[in-house]
Design a protein around this ligand. Structure first.
Ligand code: NDP
Length: 448
């Protein structure tokens, strides 16, 4: 690390001491970009500007539950970096949401969006609202109240939110409806992840999971391997996890375990994905329900403070598709002991810095989140293009563009790893590749 980078990192740590996730995300990026930092960057305080969001909006979200009680949540939108396009990034509804998590996600999003090669800046938002156990009516009232404030800050040329944890097609529908009502305009490109009947894109639902497997395919190929015949375990059973599982099966792999925050199911014959879809997408139940249809499958309950059970199952390929910091150093050691070949980060920042270093040192191929899960936002950008054209592409057309984008993203990571002698450190390679375009745009636009 050079002195300039160290100085910026120190400032970030002291200014954001109470935001551990944000500091972690900045550290991971900034430590690896030293080879491309120039004197001009230092003179123009590029890094200092890059680690400071352009704008953070926090707001009150009051709503009335089914019993008539008034509830209050906190809403956020972090508009981190708009140098290469309108702010773009999902909304997360989860009780753990706070400013640190919003800022880490928006910071990561900036580099991820740059890697897609599409003109989109970085943003993220959400609320500490917990959708679990809420009725449809309560979800709708919450979304409407959330949008009453958010609508002031978004627009198809300004900031385009989408889904993330706890925000799927149902929530995007309620949010879009309220936006349309308040603004009195049909601005389809203001939100992505919309339903197919009102401006959504085919293959958006599948995009993050499919994209993760396309990236994994390319990474394995570059290391003379394929997914054929590999066993796969997946942390999570939400949107990303389900479609990663589907594409992994299509590529000839066998997914043997999936999880939710309570525990995991292990079916050595291969998971019945239709049953998972029924449990999670239709009934919105816990993954444990899988045993009702498949009593021979094992259910392993998580123990607080211990490695999530899904990571204790031996697999060639491990896909963390749930939440941040799911794989710490203890878990990484288990994966190495189990002979894991590759880890594909479907979730954002699912691996701690220590665990990343350990995995790479032990020759585990690591597909970094900001590259490997960029298929979702890339397809969101394709949804925006279709909205602008007032035209829709077929599933095959969108999927083939997604496939090409993910192939290009891996190629950018691979070429960067070669150029800077990084070996299999695709984490550093993705950071450098994502950084360059944002840095060039910011330098060209002057001190803003
Ligand atoms: P969903 O809400 O559809 O699913 C989230 C899954 O992760 C659920 O199985 C959930 O289990 C589990 N999970 C959530 N929080 C925790 C936690 N604290 N501990 C353990 N498990 C948890 O979300 P997505 O699939 O959309 O998102 C998953 C990850 O992928 C996130 O990190 C997100 O940022 C990232 N991502 C998503 C994209 C998208 O297009 N959706 C794009 C790029 C990244 P439970 O039901 O028990 O909470």
């Amino acid at each position: 690390m050079n002195n300039y980078i160290e100085k910026v990192l120190e400032e970030v740590c002291s200014k954001n001491a109470n935001e551990p996730e944000f500091v972690q995300a900045v550290k991971e990026v900034i430590k690896s970009i030293a080879p491309v930092i120039t004197k001009d960057h230092e003179k123009m305080a590029l890094l200092e500007r890059m680690v400071e969001p352009e704008r953070i909006i926090t707001f009150r979200v009051p709503w009335i539950d089914d019993k008539g009680n008034v509830q209050v949540n906190r809403g956020y939108r972090v508009q981190f970096n708009g140098a290469i396009g309108p702010f773009k990034g999902g909304l997360r509804f989860h009780p753990s949401v706070n400013q640190s998590i919003m800022k880490f996600l928006a910071f990561e999003q900036t580099f991820k969006n740059s890697l897609t090669g599409l003109p989109i800046g970085g943003g993220k938002g959400g609320s500490d609202f917990d959708p679990k156990g809420k009725s449809d009516n309560e979800i709708m009232h919450f979304c409407q109240s959330f949008m009453n404030e958010l609508q002031r800050h978004i627009g198809h040329d300004l900031d385009v939110p989408a889904g993330d944890i706890g925000v799927g097609a149902r929530e995007v529908g309620y949010l879009f409806g309220q936006y349309r009502r308040i603004k009195n305009v049909y601005e389809a490109g203001v939100l992505t992840g919309k339903g197919l009947d009102y401006g959504g894109s085919l293959a958006r639902k599948e995009a993050t999971g499919f994209g993760l497997i396309y990236f994994m395919r390319e990474m394995l190929k570059a290391n003379n391997m394929t997914l054929e015949g590999k066993t796969v375990t997946i942390s999570g059973s939400g949107n990303v996890a389900i479609y990663a599982a589907q594409k992994a099966f299509e590529q000839g792999a066998k997914v043997v375990a999936m999880s939710d925050s309570n525990g995991c199911i292990y079916d050595e014959n291969g998971i019945d994905l239709n049953e998972i879809k029924r449990i999670k997408e239709v009934e919105r139940l816990r993954i444990k329900e899988y045993q009702a249809k498949y009593p021979s499958a094992k259910y392993l309950e998580n123990i607080k403070g211990e490695t999530p059970k899904v990571y204790t199952i031996k697999a060639d390929v491990v896909l963390p598709c749930a939440t941040q910091n799911d794989i710490n150093i203890e878990t990484a050691k288990i994966l190495v002991q189990n002979g894991t070949i590759a880890v594909g980060e479907g979730a954002n920042m699912p691996t701690t810095i220590e665990a990343i270093d350990y995995l790479i040192e032990n020759n585990v191929l690591l597909a970094p989140a900001k590259a490997a899960n960029a298929g979702g936002v890339a397809t969101s950008a394709l949804e925006m293009s279709q909205n602008s054209m007032r035209y829709s592409w077929s599933f095959e057309e969108v999927d083939s563009k997604l496939n090409q984008i993910m192939t290009n993203i891996f190629a950018a990571c691979y070429n960067t790893s070669q150029e800077f002698n990084l070996g299999i450190n695709y984490v550093a390679a993705a950071n450098i590749a994502g950084f360059k375009k944002v840095a060039n745009a910011m330098m060209a636009q002057g001190v803003i």
